[in-house]
Design a protein around this ligand. Structure first.
Ligand code: ARG
Length: 621
């Protein structure tokens, strides 16, 4: 009975490592046996490529080294015996797995309810991870960039949850500070003048107020230029923008409003709350439509830290972590070319101050040992400053020793077809809710055409899933640090590297069962023996067995595009299998059952992968 292995490359690694140590005890361990999948099936399924580098260390010929390893490696239960012909070129060792061993592994990964469900092994030492996501700003509607800040970290959070970790999502909403106070002041004026009723305030109206408030902030350009010359980044720039404009009356008014907010003045707080509710209501609705797990309980806005900032800066000063600098307070840390500004000379706090308070709360109160920020790459300097300052201040120190892992999962910009940041035809930043609407409407046209026989309601549900899947997949499948071009036609194609293609592949794995049932051939496959014979079965099995490893790599690298690429490969391997191997009309019952089980397993891995990415699925289309 071959031993069930879940991931052949893993077991090959162990076996070859042991063989290398046995053959060359003089080499200090551990040695990487360099196991890679073969490029071409005729060379077998995997290769061990360690002989070349070992030969250099040992002063021997690589083929001689390869032969010594091949003679000692124990593969009887998993692979065909190695022969002279297994050693190729300068010393590659080609390995061909045995069908039974592969089949046993596939059956082992298909054991629901076990620790290793679908080959994904739950972490034995689950950790608490805070994932910072969404982070909208009050009085602004979500735009295309928020797909990224919501969808990427949500996929990362789901991946960590899939691996058994405890994830706490935190939406660091921009709901505090002078710009918000300005909008609050203006809205209070409007309400008082009776120009608008509280119950009819819309996000559009708030956005207009925000924009005119912002225009005022932008007046003193001279002071700003200095900041730009020092390259402090857009966030600080915006803040200093506020700093240089102390003179105007509006600013004075906003400052007073901020003070009234800080002292909980009921009328001011009520107006602020109205802005908050209108914004968050729209935001959470969009998140729900995006099939992203971001709800009210995840909101921890900047305002929730407001009272901690004064004492925090005092703490930093008292312990010599921060120091005065021309009236302001900064934290200098090794490796930081620009110090982290935590209090302005006028006494105001900054974006960075709030993020320091957030790290402290996340580590000390929420118990996080890892914090992941899904935020625009243009904020890289900010996060380097904040991380360095938090570590220096001891705010990231873990109770058991060591420091929390602080990671910026940075993403690039969404571009239009002209290569500049995506805008609507009229040149405005496109509203996310409109884009989702359009994606679904376009998907609807395709679904109406392709699935005309389905009920109206069903078609609406399918179009919703296809449209959202298209947008999310396009976002998740590009290397997150890169910019990408937002293109409805490309994302909605049913062929190629797209969300709809994956949904379609999933549906194919399911529709075969409906067809089998119609022919009375759907029985007996559950728990049946899997047989791996045909090359297409073998490559499907090999692809299936990689799933767990891919999920783990996403948790490690924070790169959901790896899972996207894997699912496309799996869909392709399934397509080939489907073309080349008869399922319902297989030559015999054992084969039919085995193939039905492979279809079912492929469908569950596709569905699990899509769910892990946060991409909605459908049963038919
Ligand atoms: N509100 C911020 C912005 O629009 C994003 C918040 C990101 N999270 C954080 N902890 N800084 O730029």
């Amino acid at each position: 009975m071959p031993q069930p292995i879940e991931d052949p490359s893993r077991i090959l690694r162990t076996r070859f490592e042991a063989a290398i140590t046995a053959a060359f005890p003089e080499i200090p361990g551990p040695v990487d046996p360099v196991i890679t999948p073969s490029r071409q099936p005729r060379f077998g399924d995997f290769q061990c490529n360690a002989a070349m580098s070992l030969a250099k260390q040992l002063g021997k010929s690589p083929r001689e080294v390869a032969a010594a390893i091949a003679a000692r490696v124990d593969l009887a239960d998993v692979a065909e015996p190695l022969t002279d012909a297994s050693i190729a070129g300068p010393g590659f060792i080609n390995i061909t797995l045995r069908g039974e061993a592969l089949a046993a592994s596939v059956m082992a990964m298909d054991s629901p309810g076990t620790l290793s469900d679908l080959g994904v092994t739950r972490d034995e030492n689950p950790t608490t991870v805070v994932v910072d996501l969404c982070g909208v700003n009050l009085a602004k509607s979500m735009h295309v960039g928020h797909v990224r800040s919501t969808v990427i970290p949500d996929a990362i959070a789901r991946t960590l949850e899939r691996l058994g970790h405890r994830v706490i999502r935190q939406s660091h909403v921009g709901d505090w500070g002078l710009p918000i106070a300005m909008v609050t002041t203006r809205l209070m004026d409007e309400l008082q003048a009776g120009r608008v009723l509280a119950e009819s305030v819309t996000l559009d109206r708030l956005e207009r107020l925000y924009r005119s408030a912002q225009a005022e902030c932008e007046r003193d350009l001279k002071g700003l230029e200095a900041v730009r010359r020092h390259g402090l980044g857009p966030k600080i720039e915006a803040e200093v923008q506020a700093q240089v404009e102390t003179a105007t009356e509006k600013f004075a008014g906003a400052r007073e409003t901020l003070l009234r907010l800080q002292s909980h003045d009921p009328a001011t707080v009520r107006t602020w709350r109205l802005i908050y509710d209108v914004t968050m209501d729209a935001c959470l609705k969009t998140c729900a439509r995006l099939h992203a797990n971001v709800t009210a309980e995840h909101t921890a806005g900047e305002s929730s830290y407001a009272e901690e900032l004064g004492p925090l800066v005092e703490d930093l000063l008292a312990r010599g972590i921060a120091e005065p600098d021309q009236g302001a307070i900064v934290v200098r840390a090794e490796g930081l070319e620009v110090p982290c500004l935590v209090r302005k000379s006028d006494g105001g706090f900054l974006y960075a101050t709030t993020d320091l308070a957030a790290i402290r709360r996340r580590v000390r109160s929420l118990g996080a040992s890892r914090i992941i920020y899904g935020v625009d790459i243009r904020q890289s300097l900010h996060f380097r400053q904040v991380f360095a300052a938090a570590v220096k201040a001891g705010y990231a120190a873990l109770p058991g020793g060591g420091v929390a892992r602080l990671e910026h999962a940075a993403f690039g910009t969404v571009l239009g077809s002209d290569g500049t940041p995506f805008k609507t035809r009229s040149g405005d930043t496109a509203k996310l809710s409109d884009l989702l609407e359009e994606a679904v409407a376009r998907a609807r046209r395709v679904v109406d055409e392709r699935s005309a026989s389905l009920h109206e309601e069903q078609r609406a549900l399918i179009a919703e899933a296809v449209g959202i899947a298209a947008i999310k997949y396009m976002d998740l499948s590009t290397d997150r640090t890169k910019d990408y071009v937002f293109d409805f036609d490309r994302m909605l194609a049913f062929e190629g590297n797209t969300g709809p293609y994956l949904l379609y592949a999933l549906v194919r794995t399911r529709s075969i069962f409906r067809k089998a049932a119609e022919e009375g051939k759907d029985g007996g496959w559950r728990g049946s023996t899997i047989v791996i014979g045909e090359p297409a079965e073998k490559s499907l099995a090999l692809t299936l067995l990689r799933y767990g490893q891919v999920v783990e790599s996403v948790a490690e690298t924070l790169e959901p595009h790896r899972l996207c690429a894997y699912l496309i490969e799996l869909a392709a391997a399934f397509g080939l299998f489907f073309d080349q191997c008869k399922v319902i009309h297989a030559p015999d019952d054992t084969t039919r059952r085995s193939r039905l089980r492979l279809c079912d397993l492929t469908g569950r891995v596709l569905a699990d992968g899509l769910e892990t990415l946060g991409i909605p699925t459908v049963d038919r289309m």
